[in-house]
Design a protein around this ligand. Structure first.
Ligand code: SF4
Length: 62
């Protein structure tokens, strides 16, 4: 599973980086994904982080 952040849509709440720092981090006030592939153990966590993103900027690609 891959995950992407649309940085044009991200409002920089920081929620994803706080909830799942293994996958997301903040850069210049917006979130970025720094792993090419989400480890399987973190897939469910990433899905709920994506659902909880206030701007809908996180896209999951199966
Ligand atoms: S949770 Fe959404 S809006 Fe907040 S930093 Fe992450 S991608 Fe951006």
């Amino acid at each position: 599973m891959k995950v992407k952040v649309d940085r044009d849509v991200c409002i920089g709440s920081g929620g994803c980086a706080k909830s799942c720092p293994e996958v997301f981090r903040m850069e210049d006030g917006k979130a970025t994904v720094y792993v090419p592939e989400v480890p399987s153990a973190l897939e469910d966590k990433c899905k709920s982080v994506a659902q909880g993103c206030p701007s809908g900027a996180i896209k999951i690609e199966e």
